[in-house]
Design a protein around this ligand. Structure first.
Ligand code: SF4
Length: 391
């Protein structure tokens, strides 16, 4: 078996949710109580300034579909100030900046190139989650430059093996021709990475729905992405987004359908084992018995808070929207990053956490898989410290 280099190991751990964000829950708690904790990463979810829509599509399985556009935005200059603050913290710097979206796509933001350039100048690792409908030459140059720190990555949500299924999956008209454009954009970046001899990790996500799960779609999807030059492809199943109570009547598969699809396509995925592209299929919720909407206690704000499209510092990537404002850390239009980040009651920490939990339940937030996995690591600690059972 070929040994994986450190970058390949990081990529494979990240796409399979095995990444560790801290050494131990006890150590992290002690840093929280002394207010010396520094987030492992911050997710920046910039919202488009022009137009009425914050994202370029309205995918029916989107986490953020229930978000409203309040038109509140940070100015381009304020983003740069915040980037500077994150790279110059009183207790250490944020080493990793993720550009992603909750109801948004970072590449749909007009000034994305400037904030990415700031992160790279600050020597921060950069991660991108996008549909990659369009990408500027300047951004491709930045991402594939020798200055981009190792383990920086781009993950593209493709979720289709043909134009037809791409359009159905993303609720586009039948004549839309976005799928080949996305593949071309991936190829532009993989080719430039190759010619520059740089190491940006490039992965594709394929969320399996009722409309993109035929054996031919899966095979074509893998072949097309390998031709585009990605390092990894992850097949997984969508989670029930906030604002949705059932998969009935949607393109999301039921539990029984997930089982059938998984068993049918596993041999296809496994037939690519020897390919240089790492192809994986995950039924993470079954394997990890995830059946709750959220896992409490929630420690996300200390590990990976997010700057949401409306300019608030949010608890996590899944609560970056206007309807979660009452549990946000602060409005970054007016407050500086570290001021908002350290704004919690360390003298009554567990009481503070419980009050936040009440808001999370009332707001119906829903963890993504990394959040379920990480929050779970704190359950024993919470019950030992508080003597109370979790809700
Ligand atoms: S979605 Fe999960 S990680 Fe985010 S605030 Fe709610 S409980 Fe915390």
């Amino acid at each position: 078996m070929t040994a994986l280099n450190s970058s390949a190991t990081d990529l494979s751990e990240r796409i399979s949710y095995r990444h560790r964000y801290f050494d131990s829950p006890e150590e992290l708690l002690s840093e929280i109580l002394s207010k010396s904790v520094v987030p492992y990463q911050v997710e920046v979810q910039p919202g488009r300034i022009k137009g009425k829509k914050i994202c370029w599509m309205e995918c029916p399985y989107c986490y953020g579909l229930s978000s409203e556009n309040t038109d509140e935005r940070l100015t381009p200059d304020r983003y740069l100030e915040l980037m500077h603050q994150m790279a110059n913290g009183p207790n250490g710097n944020v080493h990793k900046i993720i550009f992603a979206g909750y109801a948004t796509d970072p590449l749909n933001y007009e000034h994305i190139d400037d904030i990415v350039e700031a992160a790279i100048s600050n020597r921060q690792i950069v991660g991108f989650h996008s549909k990659l409908l369009k990408v500027s030459n300047r951004l491709v140059d930045l991402m594939t430059s020798v200055k981009t720190p190792q383990t920086s990555y781009l993950t593209v949500s493709v979720d289709a093996g043909s134009s037809e299924s791409y359009n159905e999956t993303h609720d586009l008209t039948r004549s839309s021709n976005v799928y080949p454009r996305v593949l071309r954009n991936i190829k532009r970046i993989t080719e430039q990475r190759k010619s520059n001899g740089t190491q940006l990790d490039i992965a594709a996500n394929y969320l399996i729905t009722r409309v993109n799960c035929s054996s031919k779609e899966i095979t074509d999807g893998i072949e097309n992405l390998i031709s585009a030059g990605v390092d990894a492809i992850r097949f997984s199943f969508p989670q029930l987004p906030r604002g949705t109570e059932t998969v009935d009547g949607t393109i999301m598969p039921t539990r029984a359908e997930v089982e059938e699809i998984y068993n049918r396509i596993l041999p296809i995925v496994e037939s690519y084992k020897s390919a240089s592209t790492n192809v994986i299929l995950m039924d993470y919720d079954r394997d990890n018995q995830i059946d709750l909407r959220r896992t409490l206690p929630c420690f996300a704000r200390f590990i990976y808070p997010a700057i949401s499209y409306d300019g608030y510092l949010s608890n996590c990537s899944q609560s970056g929207a206007a309807h979660f404002k009452n549990m946000a850390l602060g409005n970054l239009q007016h407050r500086d990053f570290w001021d908002a980040f350290y704004d919690y009651d360390a003298s009554d920490f567990w009481g503070f956490l419980d009050r936040q939990h009440d808001k999370m339940i009332a707001n119906d937030c829903r963890c993504d898989r990394k959040e379920h996995t990480t929050n779970r690591m704190f359950r024993d600690l919470y019950e030992t410290k508080t003597g109370a059972a979790l809700r």
